[in-house]
Write a protein of this length. Structure first.
Lengths: 196, 646
């Protein structure tokens, strides 16, 4: 076919030009299409890529026994017979562009134990995050979703939840005020991993 | 006309496309069993149309999502119907999808050369389930909020990347504005776009291989147009009729606005995910960890589904596929049925509680609608504050939590539940406050003192039976009532008693008891001050022990005595002051009878306010509701009197 050497040179030339054409088409085409995609995907991944700006002060209340403690109740509000009391937790919350002042953010069960100390459990079920109820008749915590059950001390009585209820730090000051360091943990895993 | 169409065809070649679309040969003839795919395309068409119109009225943010859906549902022209169609067509789509899939498997239509199309179908199924999951959250009501939280928490336990996936989907570590904006972008943009793309491929590949005719000799060959299209159209009509009937007679639900701080114990996923929900209730599954039951097992089933065309290469593969499918379908239906039974028909404690929780959720949903339609409307901060600041919603809960360990409210804890301790009804140790502050309440204090405070016999104060302090005190109110009960109940003194009631209730200034009979109030004041009776006389007058500054006057009538001061009795200020500190001198200070704790430290001001306003009926009730409740009150009181007089 290529009897004429000049023809051969032409073919070679064409094929090289062909290669360069393909190469640059792919490179330029890829660049122009990937640019918006990469920019957009990074934007979309903001929740995991952004380094959290230091959250605004949550307004540490006077008399707080330590960082993150919130005054939630007083000792006199807890019955002496050890029945747990459901208590809402309120604090300032930032959600994207809004800051909400003194907003309910969750709830705890407070309880006076036999020796008079106060315990607090996050009411969020460690199984899948529903709010557990306290059942008076059986003196247990029970989740209305998938029937997780816990003793008064937070221990599991069945194996539906992956871990006991999340116990929170409690301080009682001289005035009998109860301070709780409110914290939520990752749902559905056996270890306690604090949520940011 | 004909010339014009020929010109158009010459320039566009449209005829070939139309011919190809319409004149597809159907070996074995048009059949009803081929309609499922078409009904799915039709429901998707319904979703696109209604979805785009809903889009024009929906605003995704935590302060506007529920509010805009409420507005669509309750205010906009045919809004309830557009939303109803979208809601029920979504469920129809899942049902039709399952039927379509089952038929493809049972008929063996997934086998070569149609494997790729089967896989495209599985991708489509994933997209449809994704659409229903994302759509469930968008109204931002309690039901969608808590059900979807479970789903995103499940994402969070995916090995290795769970936390990150969950954060990206939620737009942060918790639910908020960005959860809605993201779910909305997925629901209205990304997923429908993918669905259209994959549906295009699915139909194109389907056309390439033609219909899978199990028995091509069933009937003479037919054509897609018009033979099959008529059957498809009739099936679509049936689907539409079902969706419309459900929209009209059942309606799409909108529960109360999502509130992270108010537990929603009635949380359940959409009914077609109930089997998965029930599956996760098995302890023997959960003990292997949540990821096992919620991710690995469903994942394995999806993998098996995907592998079916390959399994079918084996001689008995198809039979195996069908057998597994039948067993799985039976299991899924069984679990769904079990979940339904446990929630709605079983008498176990948990089931009864669930049904109560559902009733309470409906009550909240009705109440928030009532408030939203009330004079205040929905504030810019969103509807969630309506219920949070509503005495009728919060009061009973606060009463149950703070008061019901001693007091009762018409026999229950305020929320309608009997107070239980260790499986038995707990006896009250203080007065039932259901009638507190009413004319009846005052009458009961004056003539049925022993009954009102009978529960005090069930407890002690510092070693002494509280009943002894309250009920056996000859020099206190108990003694006075014992002495004067007969006199007050004499027919001649009827007016004096009514006057006392009117006078004392008027001190509260409560508007729900107005108008007050001025003449009767004056009469009552005379009795209170001077003991003026038509027959008999008091050994001591009310004013001898109880001081009072009559509402609207500057000077007190008497001097603080040995009994509670009745200034503003049972009104807002009085009740707040009493609850805050019942042991002060103006309340129970003298006589050491008080056994009630002071709540000034433990009960936040806003809770005290909500509690008191609830107890004094100081909250908005629509005219429609209030006429209803008056009727039922009347009903209840007449029932009571019937049982009281055997």
């Amino acid at each position: 076919m290529n009897e004429n050497p000049q023809d051969e040179a032409v073919t070679e030339d064409v094929s090289r030009r062909n290669f360069m054409t393909k190469f640059w088409s792919v490179v330029i085409g890829g660049f122009v299409s990937l640019t918006p995609i990469v920019v957009g995907v990074s934007f979309f991944l903001d929740p995991v890529l952004r380094r959290k700006k230091a959250a605004g002060s949550t307004g540490e209340a006077a008399g707080s026994p330590g960082e993150g403690f919130l005054k939630v109740s007083s000792q006199s509000a807890l019955p002496d017979d050890g029945t747990p009391v459901f208590q809402q937790i309120r604090k300032n919350v930032v959600d994207a562009w809004n800051t909400y002042i003194d907003q309910p953010v969750g709830s705890v069960y407070l309880r006076k134990t036999e020796d008079g100390t106060v315990t607090a459990f996050n009411s969020e079920c460690p199984h899948l995050g529903c709010t557990v109820s306290y059942v008076d008749s059986s003196q247990q915590y029970k989740c209305p979703c998938h029937d997780s059950k816990f003793e008064l001390d937070g221990e599991r009585t069945n194996e539906i939840p992956p871990r006991p209820m999340d116990q929170l730090d409690v301080e009682v000051d001289e005035g009998g005020n109860i301070w709780v360091k409110f914290q939520s943990y990752k749902i559905g895993v056996s270890q306690q991993i604090p949520k940011s | 006309m004909k010339k014009l169409l020929e010109w158009l065809d010459d320039r566009t070649g449209y005829r070939e496309v139309v011919n190809e679309a319409l004149f597809e040969r159907i070996p074995g003839g048009a059949r009803w069993r081929y309609v499922w795919g078409s009904t799915l395309v039709f429901t998707f068409f319904l979703q696109v149309i209604t979805g785009i119109f809903l889009w024009t009225a929906y605003a995704p943010s935590t302060q506007t999502a529920w509010e805009s859906v409420y507005y669509i549902q309750n205010q906009m022209t045919l809004g309830w119907l557009v939303r109803g169609i979208h809601h029920f067509a979504a469920q129809a789509m899942v049902v039709l999808l399952v039927i379509h899939l089952l038929q493809v498997i049972i008929d063996g239509a997934y086998k070569a050369p149609r494997e790729v199309n089967f896989w495209l179908g599985i991708v489509l199924m994933g997209i449809v389930l994704g659409l229903s999951l994302t759509g469930y959250l968008l109204p931002w009501d309690q039901k969608g909020y808590y059900a979807t939280k479970v789903a995103t928490n499940i994402m969070g336990v995916t090995p290795a990347i769970g936390t990150e996936v969950q954060q990206v989907v939620q737009g942060g570590s918790d639910y908020g504005h960005h959860t809605l904006t993201r779910f909305f972008a997925l629901h209205a943009g990304i997923l429908p776009g993918l669905l259209i793309a994959f549906l295009g491929l699915h139909i194109a590949v389907f056309r390439r291989h033609g219909i899978h005719a199990k028995d091509p000799n069933h009937a003479p060959e037919g054509m897609f147009w018009p033979d099959q299209i008529l059957k498809d159209a009739v099936a679509c009509l049936a689907v539409l009729a079902t969706v419309l009937l459900l929209s009209i007679y059942k309606g799409a639900e909108l529960s109360a606005p999502a509130d992270p701080s108010t537990p929603y114990d009635a949380a359940r996923p959409e009914w077609y995910f109930l089997f998965l929900f029930r599956f996760l209730k098995f302890e023997f599954i959960d003990k292997f960890g949540l990821a096992f039951g919620a991710i690995y097992i469903p994942g394995a089933l999806m993998l098996f589904l995907t592998m079916m065309p390959i399994v079918a290469i084996w001689r008995y593969g198809h039979k195996l596929n069908v057998a597994v499918t039948v067993i799985l379908t039976a299991c899924i239906m069984g679990l769904t049925g079990l979940a339904f039974y446990e929630d709605w028909y079983s008498d176990s404690e948990a089931s009864v509680k669930f049904r109560n929780d559902v009733a309470a959720a409906h009550q909240d949903a009705d109440r928030v609608r009532e408030l939203a339609q009330g004079p205040g409307g929905i504030p810019p901060t969103g509807a969630v504050s309506l219920l949070r600041n509503d005495p009728l919603t919060q009061g009973p809960k606060i009463f149950a939590a703070r008061c019901a360990s001693c007091h009762r409210y018409n026999g229950h804890d305020g929320t309608g539940h009997i107070v239980m301790v260790e499986g038995e009804e707990a006896p009250a140790t203080a007065a039932d406050l259901g009638e507190f502050g009413s004319r009846q309440w005052v009458e009961d204090i004056l003539v049925n003192y022993q009954e009102v405070f009978a529960p005090t016999r069930n407890t002690t104060k510092e070693g002494t039976n509280l009943g002894e302090l309250f009920l056996d005190d000859e020099y206190g109110m108990a003694g006075w009532v014992k002495e004067h009960k007969e006199i007050l109940l004499m027919p001649e003194n009827q007016e004096a008693l009514n006057g006392l009631k009117e006078f004392l209730v008027a001190q509260s200034g409560r508007e729900d008891f107005a108008p007050y009979d001025e003449a009767l109030v004056a009469k009552g004041r005379d009795v209170f001050e001077n003991g003026t009776l038509a027959k008999g006389e008091f050994s001591s007058n009310c004013l001898d022990c109880h001081d009072v500054k009559v509402r609207g006057e500057e000077e007190a009538l008497g001097f603080p005595g040995t009994a509670p001061v009745l200034t503003g009795y049972a009104g807002q200020e009085w009740l707040k002051s009493f609850i805050s500190n019942p042991g002060t001198e103006q309340h129970y200070g003298y006589g050491d009878k008080n056994a009630m704790p002071a709540f000034e430290d433990s009960l936040p001001e806003r809770e005290l306010d909500l509690l008191v306003r609830w107890m004094l009926n100081d909250y908005y009730v629509s005219a429609e509701k209030s006429s209803h409740s008056e009727e039922s009150d009347h009903q209840a009181s007449s029932d009571k009197s019937e049982t009281a007089d055997p």
